[in-house]
Design a protein around this ligand. Structure first.
Ligand SMILES: C[S@@+](CC[C@H](N)C(=O)[O-])C[C@H]1O[C@@H](n2cnc3c(N)ncnc32)[C@H](O)[C@@H]1O
Length: 254
C-alpha cells in the first residue's frame, strides 16, 4: 500500500467529484464531534491492544481521535483519495503518522481477514451501503466480542414533515427509526451496548464548515448544483431537523 499522498481514489468516486472538491479541507464531512466520538468510545469494552479500523473515515476526524486516545494503530479506510491526503497531513501535524494508516479502499469489500478486528468505527458512512448491508459486511470482520460503533441517519419522528420525507426518500430510502435500526442490529445477531442521538450542535458545526466554503465556489459553474443541494439540505435541517438526525449505535458481536 502507498504510505504517502497522493492517495488514489476508487473509480466510483469520480461521480462525486464536484462534492468532493467542495468538501476538500473540511475536518468533518458529516455531523459529529469529538464529544460524541468519545462518548461512543466510552461504551466500547476493548482489549488492551485493540485492532481498530475506521471505515469511510473521510479526512480522519474520528480516526485521529481514536489513535490519539487509544494509542494503537488505526486503519483509516476511505474511497476518496483527496480526503486521505488531508488525513495524512493532519496525522503528520499531530505526530500520529506512526499510528494512523490511511488506506484507499472500498468499505464494502475492504480486503481484511475475517474476525481480524476488535473495533470497527464508522461515522456517517454506513448510509452509503445501507445499514443492513453494512452490518452484514462488517460483522464478519469482527472477532467474537468485537464492537462496531457507527452513526447512521435515523428518523426521530414516525410521522415526519412531508418535505423531509420526500428529501430523505431520495438521499436514503431505507432510513429507519431508532427502534427499527436497533431491531435490524439484533436480527443481525449483534448485542446493543448503547445508542444516543447526536446533538444538533454536531450538525450545525458541520454545516457551518460547509457554508464557509460555499463563497469560494460562487463563480464555479461545475459545482453550482452541488451548492444548491447543500443550501437546500441546510434549510431542510433548519425547518424539519427535529424529525431526523444521526444516532450513534454501539453494537457487539457475541
Ligand atoms: C459523510 S462522509 C463521513 C466521513 C467521516 N467519517 C466524517 O465523519 O467526517 C462519508 C464518507 O464515506 C466515504 N465512502 C462512501 N462510500 C464508500 C465506500 N464504498 N468505501 C469507502 N468509503 C466510502 C466517502 O468518501 C466519505 O468520506
Amino acid at each position: 500500500m502507498n504510505l504517502y499522498p497522493p492517495f488514489p481514489s476508487m473509480p466510483f468516486m469520480a461521480a462525486w467529484a464536484p462534492l468532493l472538491r467542495l468538501f476538500k479541507g473540511l475536518s468533518r464531512k458529516g455531523p459529529g464531534s469529538e464529544t460524541s466520538t468519545l462518548r461512543a468510545l466510552s461504551l466500547c469494552p476493548l482489549p488492551a491492544q485493540p485492532r481498530v479500523a475506521d471505515f469511510g473515515c473521510g479526512s480522519g476526524a474520528s480516526a485521529l481521535l481514536l489513535a490519539q486516545t487509544l494509542q494503537v494503530p488505526v486503519l483509516a479506510l476511505d474511497a476518496d483519495g483527496m480526503a486521505l491526503d488531508d488525513l495524512w497531513e493532519s496525522a503528520r501535524d499531530r505526530g500520529l503518522l506512526h499510528l494512523v494508516k490511511p488506506c484507499p479502499g472500498d468499505m464494502a469489500n475492504p480486503g481484511l481477514a475475517p474476525e481480524s478486528l476488535d473495533l470497527i468505527w464508522s461515522e456517517g458512512a454506513v448510509t452509503h451501503l445501507g445499514l443492513v448491508e453494512g452490518l452484514r459486511c462488517w460483522q464478519a470482520l469482527l472477532c467474537s466480542g468485537g464492537v462496531m460503533a457507527l452513526t447512521d441517519a435515523t428518523w426521530f419522528d414516525t410521522d415526519p414533515p412531508e418535505e423531509a420525507r420526500r428529501a430523505w426518500a431520495e438521499w436514503y430510502p431505507t432510513m429507519g427509526t431508532e427502534a427499527r435500526n436497533l431491531q435490524v442490529a439484533r436480527d443481525a445477531g449483534l448485542k446493543v451496548l448503547g445508542h444516543f442521538r447526536l446533538p444538533s450542535r454536531d450538525w450545525w458545526d458541520y454545516y457551518d464548515g460547509v457554508a464557509a466554503r460555499l463563497p469560494l465556489f460562487a463563480t464555479d459553474e461545475s459545482v453550482a448544483s452541488v451548492i444548491e443541494g447543500q443550501k437546500a439540505e441546510m434549510d431542510l435541517y433548519r425547518r424539519t431537523g427535529s424529525s431526523y438526525g444521526y444516532v450513534f449505535y454501539v453494537l457487539q458481536k457475541p
